[in-house]
Design a protein around this ligand. Structure first.
Ligand code: IVH
Length: 686
């Protein structure tokens, strides 16, 4: 076989290719069919690339069933028509227990049997029905349902789905036509929509539409990037081997041949077991990870199915038992803005109560102002409310043609609805935030916790629980109140002794002597971490100078871009925050002042350091801040300009590059030595 192509292919290369393919298809089988992943994705990818590279060198070894051949290079100009030899039917629906009981009775009567009927119950997957044809074990054609009599040839697209085997496992029949559903799982759907939004394209309304759009691509390269999965649910044709006697056995056969069958499938005796299945699946529905809109019951015995036959376009031997609607229409009465613990303002829709997904819904999240704009939402609008299982109800669409004349536009508040401080939305951010971080009641616990934390004011003994109690008992409302607490007040709290109260007050008093960078960090200004706080302190030298600065002055600081500058400016401009800072200073909190440092005089001035790997004794941010305090630049990648690389545990490519460029490399111990020598090691007293 090699001689024809003139390629010197040794037997061992052909063997190797076969072995890698078998390995990959076995892993896919374990992953999709058995649901027992055998190796991490990275290992699959590694072997896949190994196979790809051998095939590139030996094109004569490439075969259509190789896992590397899922995406072809051909672009279709349209889909050709496929006639379904066995029509693809639809199902009758039952919406209540009574309708189901009637279905079961009809079956017994038609068959003239007294015993309970045996059924197979399955989830009703909410995707697209497809039919896939295998000849001699090889996937040869795949088609959509279309009108049931004929559909479209989507072979190239179906081949890109990793849960669809290109070749069957084991003893393959001469011909197999398998029917099943293609779905898009929720996590993949969310990720796809995020990509769509980032590319400036319209997001898909739901996973079903996304799956449909993905299967109707003329370029299978696009389908390959879409997270689609296939579940087989029946055999339409089987040749060269006997058809099993029951539906359950036919699903088992499909599984043995390497096709994925849904794991919830279950044999049920009579109506009671069917109803129990319905309840169970309905409960599991929110955590399944893909959409289902009900369950399907099928008579298990295939001979009985044949006896029962069909009415018009649906079989008599099966029925879909639908779940209650998850989408309903209602009226938007108002929009209220809630403030989260980090100051984010979230719009909440107040709705005319409506029964949806099994509960009455009167509130729904609107996420943020962009979402309101995207939906073009007005108060008074008729809206679609979606409630998927446990998920928080959301407004998914607006029926603009039903907008009444009295409809009102929704305005974004200019002041925080909780504390009245100014609200601010940074450029490029979707979220509007309250700037009154130090006084806003919605944010008070979070603000106090951060203020007291070890890397901020380091108030020992003021843990999360105690912050909750102090705020709940109204002993403090903001961080300045901490300095007015008395031992008696604290000791009167539950589970607080005299001794621990005294210790806490002492720790609070001790915190008054604080380095300016720590104090700035403790204020909890958005996006001002330890490194930025340090850079600000070095640049301005005093709190007064910082409070007097504006956007223009802030952007002069290394490490401060326009967004951080605007956060700083808004924070210090907010009178409520100014008040709290004044009260802190009045109480005796004294952030240390220092002359703004001349950069040239700093010991590491002009040097660029790179940190790589994991540091054990201090965080990256702390190390970066301390190095910057000594005048070094801290860069993210190694180049010829790098002065020093500090390699922590498991340092990777940056270390390799430093060695290749002959740049000095030291470990964490060395870093700590340098920082300690210059008195900036965060672990030592400041
Ligand atoms: S059996 C003749 N089983 O429901 C039997 N269908 O309304 C027809 N569906 O077009 C199909 N999950 O797309 C069957 N476990 C399941 C199913 C299922 C979803 C869809 C399928 C079909 C539609 C019928």
């Amino acid at each position: 076989m090699n001689a024809d192509h003139g390629w010197p292919v040794s037997e061992s290369v052909a063997d190797q290719v076969r072995r890698l393919r078998e390995q990959l298809s076995d892993w896919s089988y374990r992953y999709y069919v058995l649901d027992e992943p055998a190796v991490p994705d990275a290992e699959y990818d590694r072997i896949f690339r190994a196979l790809q590279s051998i095939e590139e060198q030996h094109p004569e070894l490439v075969s259509a069933d190789s896992p590397t051949q899922r995406v072809g290079d051909r672009l279709l100009d349209g889909f050709s028509e496929v006639t379904h030899e066995v029509p693809m039917l639809s199902l009758d629906n039952a919406f209540s227990d009574e309708e189901l009981v009637a279905f079961d009775r009809r079956i017994s009567e038609r068959l003239g049997i007294q015993d309970t009927v045996i059924y197979v119950a399955e989830p009703k997957l909410d995707g697209l029905a497809v039919s896939i044809l295998y000849k001699d074990g090889q996937l040869v054609r795949a088609a959509t349902r279309g009108d049931g009599a004929s559909g479209e040839d989507i072979t190239a697209n179906i081949r890109t789905l990793r849960s669809v085997p290109l070749g069957l496992r084991g003893q393959a029949p001469a011909l197999l036509e398998v029917r099943g559903e293609v779905v898009m799982p929720h996590d993949g759907f969310e990720a796809l929509n995020e990509r769509q939004r980032q590319a400036g394209q319209k997001p898909f309304a739901n996973p079903r539409n996304a799956a449909a759009g993905s299967l109707r691509q003329l370029d299978s390269g696009i389908t390959a990037q879409r997270p689609l999965e296939f579940y087989a649910y029946s055999i339409a044709r089987l040749e060269g081997q006997a058809m099993p006697a029951t539906h359950l056995a036919s699903l088992q056969l499909l599984r043995d041949l390497g096709l994925r069958v849904n794991s919830l499938v279950c044999r049920c005796h009579g109506v009671d077991e069917l109803l129990a299945f319905y309840q169970r699946v309905q409960q599991q529905r929110p955590t399944l990870g893909y959409d289902i809109d009900g369950v399907v019951y099928k008579v298990d015995d295939l001979a009985l199915q044949q006896k029962l036959g069909f009415v018009s376009r649906a079989p008599r031997w099966a029925i879909a038992h639908k779940f209650p609607a998850q989408e309903e229409l209602t009226i938007l009465r108002d929009v209220e803005w809630q403030v989260g613990r980090t100051g984010a303002l979230t719009p909440v829709a107040r709705l005319e109560p409506v029964f949806v997904g099994g509960v009455t819904v009167s509130n729904a999240t609107l996420h943020n102002a962009d979402e309101i704009e995207r939906l073009d939402l007005h108060i008074g609008d008729t809206v679609v409310v979606l409630r998927a299982g446990d998920v928080i109800p959301k407004v998914s669409a607006v029926l603009a043609d039903r907008r009444p004349e009295s409809a009102r536009a929704i305005t974004i508040p200019v002041a925080c609805p909780v504390c009245g401080s100014e609200v601010f939305r940074a450029e490029g951010e979707a979220v509007t935030r309250c700037t009154g971080g130090l006084i806003c009641a919605a944010q008070q616990k979070e603000a106090v916790r951060h203020f007291a934390s070890r890397r901020a004011m380091d108030i020992e003994g003021l843990g999360e629980r105690l912050v909750d109690v102090l705020v709940d008992e109204k002993l403090i409302a903001n961080v300045a109140d901490l300095y007015r607490l008395s031992i008696e007040q604290v000791a009167s709290l539950e589970r607080m002794g005299e001794k621990s109260a005294a210790n806490l007050i002492e720790a609070i008093q001790r915190s008054k002597q604080v380095a300016l960078p720590r104090f700035l960090f403790a204020l909890g200004i958005r996006e001002v971490g330890e490194a930025t706080a340090l850079a600000l302190a070095n640049h301005f030298g005093s709190l007064q100078a910082i409070m007097a600065a504006d956007d223009q002055a802030f952007v002069q600081v290394a490490d401060v871009g326009p967004v951080v500058a605007s956060h700083l400016q808004h924070f210090f401009a907010e009178p409520h925050n100014q008040q709290v800072i004044s009260r802190l200073l009045e109480a005796g909190v004294t952030p240390s002042e220092s002359e703004p440092q001349k950069p040239e005089t700093l010991p590491l001035h002009g040097q660029t350091w790179v940190l790589t790997g994991t540091l054990e004794q201090l965080t990256r941010d702390q190390a970066k801040a301390a190095l910057q305090q000594l005048g070094a630049k801290v860069a993210g990648s190694v180049s010829a300009k790098t002065s020093m690389v500090i390699a922590g545990e498991a340092a990777g490519s940056k270390l390799d590059k430093a060695q290749a460029l002959g740049i000095a490399v030291e470990d964490e111990t060395y870093l700590i030595k340098v920082l300690t020598e210059h008195g900036v090691y965060p672990g030592s007293a400041e």
